[in-house]
Ligand binder design. Sequence first.
Ligand SMILES: [Zn+2]
Length: 503
Amino acid sequence: MNATIDRDSIKFSDAKLIVGLEVHVQLKTDSKLFCGCSTKFGSDPNTQTCPVCTGMPGTLPVLNQKALALSIKTGLALNCEIARYTKWDRKNYFYPDLPKGYQISQFDKPVCGEGFVEVKVPKSDQPSRKIRLERAHLEEDAGKSIHDESGKGGVSRIDLNRTGTPLLEIVTKPNIRSAEEAKAFLTELKQILEYIAVSDCNMQEGSLRCDANVNLHFEIDGETIATPIVEIKNLNSFRAAERAITHESKRQFKQWKKSGESIHDAPKQTRGWDDSAQCTTPQREKEESADYRYFPDPDLIAVIITDEEIETAKNSLGELPASLRTTLQSEYGLNEYDSAVIVSAGRKMVDYFRALADGSGKDGKPNGKMASNWVGQEIMRYLNEHNATIEDYPVSAETLADLLSRIVGGEVDQTRGKEVLAEMLSSGCDVQSAFDKLGIVKVDSGDLDALCQQLIDENPAVIEEIKGGKLKAVGSLIGKARQINPNVNPGVLREAILKIIGI
Ligand SMILES: [Zn+2]
């Protein structure tokens, strides 16, 4: 490293943050990658094992075709090149929860090659950016060590239920530039994986796990100086990933200011994220791939992926989140934020929204804005309160569309409309029955005129104010009108009063 650099003059804002992510996704298969054992979560320890996944001598692995198909599907959704020839390698290391002494993985011929995910950081002015992917490869998971944490010196135990579970490891290139962008990437990736139904992405159950490689670059006198790369493990939520990257970048900056240690002086390090202390702490040194002594697995033949298999996977993708957001904006007139809210609630929510907007539209034009407001406020609130999904929502899109159409038609106003919805939610009735129960009837024009006249006669001071140009004063008359007749529509009443007094 150049010894003449004046480190004191370099600020944190001069550093360029370089982040690459490795995401392990558990594929949604009933059985493991190379044997028939169940992948169900939460069973008693060591009840889902067999001689193959416990690595007994003389056993042979057999590839789970479903796991391969789900990997191809994922690769296509992530714009990856799909390999026509892919093979299996042994990754050798010693650890108590790895009975074979190696993991079956893919070294030089992964199932998915380069690809990208288009990512937009929420609430920022930055345009969306392509986060490029290096590869995605299939591998089997290891088991789990269960340590006694009582501090009384108890024993450690091994649970091999997870051993052999299919994982797809998705590796980005080091081209993520901020902690917020890393979080946005993970959020978008999870959404895609859920939309194409390849994983349940449950972080608590370990079906989505993430490590981050972080370092800093400084451009000094035309030379790039890089701090040693640190791999952060144990990122158990997207928020943890964001915070860990932020913390680690600051730590590396301080360290570099102090020691000037660069990528040339120190090997890649591994640190763990401590969520309660909100900092990264040192772990064992990271093995380089040479330490794993990868070699082709002699028990498994290479896989040839055909055009037909790729075509089948392509046809099963359905419309992806990014495309759906664009559709909701162009066809339903939603803004970026509202379309993102609906799409992030899942494919079923998008279907519900479309049925609602189409069903309550007029003259062949969907009622996008209003449908989005009702979904975003009334429905989302109900689902949050009841910890439910849209499939459990008691009012169908068709029934709610009927209500919205009546609001648009002036039969009932928004406020009473919400009472109607509450009635339908509690009793399960349809719109007309809810109207009957609540005594909602359309006010005819004769009654409306009489009501207006009564208000005008009884409130001369307010009428003078309105005539004097203070149109807002009509509001106080609407309140009074609704006490006399709750069915009166505020908008219609307002216009009628203004017409009568000649404004
Ligand atoms: Zn097994």
